[in-house]
Design a binder for this molecule. Structure first.
Ligand SMILES: [Ca+2]
Ligand SMILES: [Ca+2]
Ligand SMILES: [Ca+2]
Ligand SMILES: [Ca+2]
Length: 271
């Protein structure tokens, strides 16, 4: 009876302590639902039991400790200049400075894959927002896919990116661009592995939003803005007009010649 009383008192004490000192929920083992118990967060990992991502790098404390082995209190666990969350969504190891052991750090590899002016941040629900820049423009790509590379082809006026994700799962991608980069929205094309797919656009004033969906596996995506594709579209009408003009001109000359020769022959007959 005394033990039960002590147990009851100690539970009351712990609940009081949780509610008034740590402000955790005394009725929940994991107040912030990040996969780590409140006690372990306080005593083992020194993380905040009320914040699911203590270092704000985009990965829950529980995932950092139990899945990736990264430091839940450090944005960049391996010191390679890439935040742990960005590493996970760009297929680097957040615990290795040089994931593929080729002597080039992940930070530099990231620049090689996405360009020196690119940046990335992790958003809720496993989305990544990547900004790639080039001379005269930029694109913001937001997707739940893992991004492996992205670049802008100035000659073909298209953005290419290589993505992957768990096979069969649904993927969403939004690409936001300056409207001035798109001469005619009707010339926009979105391709997945060189096949055209449906997309929608939204006018955001000086920006245009291009949205499309696909099913995950590993894909090459491209968003074609204008460039050679608009030229190809405008070339056939110009060619057609040129051919018609040439045909009319040739017929006209031929008729004139015939008329001229006929006139000569007629003049021979009459004179
Ligand atoms: Ca927790
Ligand atoms: Ca974190
Ligand atoms: Ca890192
Ligand atoms: Ca490397």
């Amino acid at each position: 009876m005394a033990r039960r009383f002590c147990g009851y008192r100690s539970r009351q004490f712990i609940r009081f302590f949780e509610s008034n000192v740590y402000f955790t929920n005394p009725l929940l083992p994991d107040s912030d639902y990040d996969g780590l118990n409140d006690g372990d967060e306080l005593n083992l990992y020194d993380t905040d039991p009320l914040i699911f991502d203590s270092d704000e790098d985009g990965i829950f404390d529980g995932e950092e400790v139990l899945v990736y082995g990264s430091d839940p209190n450090l944005i960049d666990s391996d010191g390679d200049q890439l935040a742990d969350g960005v590493e996970v969504k760009t297929e680097f190891d957040p615990t290795k400075w040089d994931t593929d052991s080729d002597g080039i750090g992940d930070g530099l590899e990231f620049v090689a894959n996405f360009g020196s002016e690119s940046s990335a941040e992790l958003l809720p629900l496993g989305f990544i927002r990547m900004t790639i820049e080039w001379s005269g423009g930029f694109a913001i790509i937001t997707t739940n896919s893992t991004m492996l590379s992205a670049s802008f082809d100035a000659g073909k006026q298209k953005i290419d990116f290589h993505i992957k994700g768990t096979s069969g799962t649904n993927a969403i991608c939004n690409v936001t661009l300056l409207s001035s980069l798109v001469t005619d929205p009707n010339n926009l094309k979105v391709k997945i592995d060189e096949n055209l797919i449906e997309f929608s656009t939204k006018d955001l004033g000086n920006m245009i939003l291009i949205q499309f969906k696909y099913s995950h596996s590993e894909h090459n995506l491209s968003v074609e803005l204008n460039g050679e594709y608009s030229q190809i579209n405008t070339y056939p009408p110009l060619l057609f007009i040129s051919i018609v003009f040439f045909a009319v001109f040739t017929i006209s000359i031929t008729k004139r010649r015939k008329f001229f020769y006929a006139k000569i022959r007629m003049s021979h007959i009459f004179f």
